[in-house]
Design a protein around this ligand. Sequence first.
Ligand code: MG
Length: 253
Amino acid sequence: MISVKTAHELEKMRRACRISALALQAAGKAIEAGITTADLDKIIYDTILRHGARPNFKGLYGFPGSACISINDQVIHGIPSHGVVIRPGDIVSIDTGAAIDGFNGDNAATFACGKVDSEAQRLMDVTKESLYRGIAAAVPGNRVGDISAAVQAWVEQHGFSVVRSYVGHGVGKELHEDPEVPNFGKAGRGPRLVSGMTLAIEPMVNQGTHVVKSLSDGWTVVTADGGLSAHFEHTVAVTAGGPEILTVAEEEA
Ligand code: MG
């Protein structure tokens, strides 16, 4: 069932999403050569707690971290570890969220450690722009497939591929709600978008094949061909005034 939020519930969503964005921003700023993914996870955990929220990734389906941190050919669900050290030229995808007052935020971004090669930079730029193309389609009267098609078109016209096995989703009282929001598909298909829906739109984009596989740790998803992968995500509200990005990191006045 797709939940539609009241104005009051949207206010709570904004709060959870703002804290999610602050946590992601703090980790992104901390990325430097020599830091471990466990260090980044701790920064996220501390930021979320400092704002009175709960790290909603921690413990979900048994995941041990407050963030999924996935490097280079890792697509999603990398487990933070003291043994994983960020090196110059790495691209680091961080996915995290916070819950407060019964509502959830969810966001992700891929960050560069120092200077990365030009194809890695292009992959990040195209993935980020594909997210904004998808967000622009999140308007009342459109369908989920309009978001999917907008993301896919941008990615494929730049020669990259969209991950098929994992998709975006509704978000609200639960971190993962209906509907599924694939990053591939046909315009005009899927559930109709109405004002008050809140969606996590999250293109995962690979340099080479869209095919992925899971590592033996039971969590980490990597590209099947060893190519790079990038991931950008916002939680977005569908409103009569257009899409509203909820995961923005402005400090409260
Ligand atoms: Mg998500």
